[in-house]
Write a protein that binds this ligand. Sequence first.
Ligand code: BDR
Ligand code: CA
Length: 330
Amino acid sequence: MTAIPPTKVVFDTDPGVDDAMALYYALAHPGIDVVGITTTFGNVVVEQAAANALYLCALAGRHIPVAMGVSQPLQKKPEAPPGFIHGADGLGNLLMRVPTTGELDPRPAAQFIVDTVRQSPGEITLVAVGPLGNLAAALQLAPELPSLVKEVVLMGGTVLEAGNVSPVAEANIWNDPHAADAVFTAGWPLTMVGLDVTHRVILPLALFKRVADHHQHIATDTLHHAVRFYSAYYSAHDPAVGSINGCYGHDVLAFVVLTHPELFTLQAGRVRVATDGLAQGQTMMRRKEVSYPQHGWHDDIPHSQVCMAVQAQACEVAIEQTLMSAWIDI
Ligand code: BDR
Ligand code: CA
């Protein structure tokens, strides 16, 4: 039997507690090979996001290139980072950081993405779990990028589920709606993992305690600390989450859809983003092949694959089993 090679991923992220969960899931899963990390503003300022990515990799004993990206949205005025959800440092206000080594790649994130994709045409999957400015900037640098990338999977947006920053908008898309619209209309194979599924998967804090108790390692202790802070926020704000003392896994599901696609129900549709006004950040999906008179919904808008349903319990099991495996290098 020939072994299937792991999926090569450039991970675009704003760590962020659920970003940290996603990173450690990806590092732990044999089906994923994280070949680079690019960081963006979002949950924290971009310098902190880059520092967190380097720190999380160092704790896990992984030497993965990290390139820093955009510090603000393409056009809109920046929103304040949500320190009340992720902590002022993005990792639940860590009490201390151990000294680690690791330097940033000198290239801006967009250049890093373009270079990495050009080196391995057809092989790189971009997994993006923050505001989408780095992907939009990479498209500006290399308009041919959509034909060279294997796939884009993004955590962001919502179709039927209520938004989490307005009645219709999800945070990553709302943070940079112009970039998001460029990404949805670029014409690459794109899977959207939005609140329609991430709000179905509530991960108990106890899962991360079991993982930390099992490994007895600073990487998983750090993740457990961060998730404790993040769970306190979600548990206080959503009774369904509070009843199990947990949190939404959001970003980790962008990797679970790669490793366990059978757990998700996808629907194809043309997605656009509202860039201004009260609906700013709304992801609107044209689900029927109707010829609308409204400008912007023409047949040349590419299809996205949108996750509409998920087998939540099976996702939770997959996440725990993966994090419990022997994946930490030191
Ligand atoms: C998304 O927003 C961020 O706060 C999370 O990290 C996730 O990417 C959820 O709306
Ligand atoms: Ca994120």
